[in-house]
Write a protein that binds this ligand. Sequence first.
Ligand code: ZN
Length: 299
Amino acid sequence: MTPLYGAVEAGGTKFVCLVGSGPDDIRAEARFPTTTPAETLGRTFAFFREQRARHGALAAVGFGSFGPVDLDPGSPSYGRITSTPKPGWADTDIVGAARAALDVPIGFDTDVNAAAMGEWRWGAALGLDTIVYLTVGTGIGGGGLIGGRPMHGLVHPEMGHTWVPHDRAADPFAGCCPFHGDCLEGLASGPAMRARWAMAAEDLPAGHPAWRLEAHYLAYAVANFVCTLSPQRVILGGGVMTSPHVLALVREAVVSLLNGYVQVPAILDRIDDYIVAPGLGARSGVLGGLVLAEQCARA
Ligand code: ZN
């Protein structure tokens, strides 16, 4: 019998919880807004207890969490959200609370590493081992796998807080990152677009200059990640990327920026298969939580 797992995409605005064993076997799903840690984690654990009573034991539960988080199993603060500016959530012990409440192995990683793992297992990165997953929405975050392992290292990647050229004559918007002003997230997140254009990204029409500027910033970031991490594919997800025109503009700008330097067919001839939308749509993160659960159950 296939073991059942629990998965959580713990986002800064909403939590998505799921019980199942893969995209074709989802037994239950719930989503609710992220409020206080006590209330939000309480609802999460209540959901799993209820589903366990209905469907049977869960072999493990995996969390893909907003961060920053501590991923070092040897650290005293392992499994916690660390320095987030989100009110009330700094130093929240996700793994400790989940172990105490559910008494099963708990997998834990960043939301974007989880999304990358979901895509690697069932989505747009099948058969690859080195990939980047970038989400562009309320914030910008990036993660992925290198040689089949999620990117951790010192802490975990913070790809949204990297810098891209900002020509203040062409784009006088100062940027909205509370830490850095005009880092990538400060210039190209959903809130940055809304602040710059006084209109939500989803309401900006296709031909609006906002999209070319957005693609310009994202393309710089993608080109930087291509040159530093050498991913076999780049997946662009998140709310801003659901606008149908922006992906094509990013591809075009990445090819132009790299300017023939990275001499591989994936970029020269097959850019449409190289920079792609998530194969799992909006579910990459929560399905990645199932992969985290499965891996920690087997460990
Ligand atoms: Zn920043």
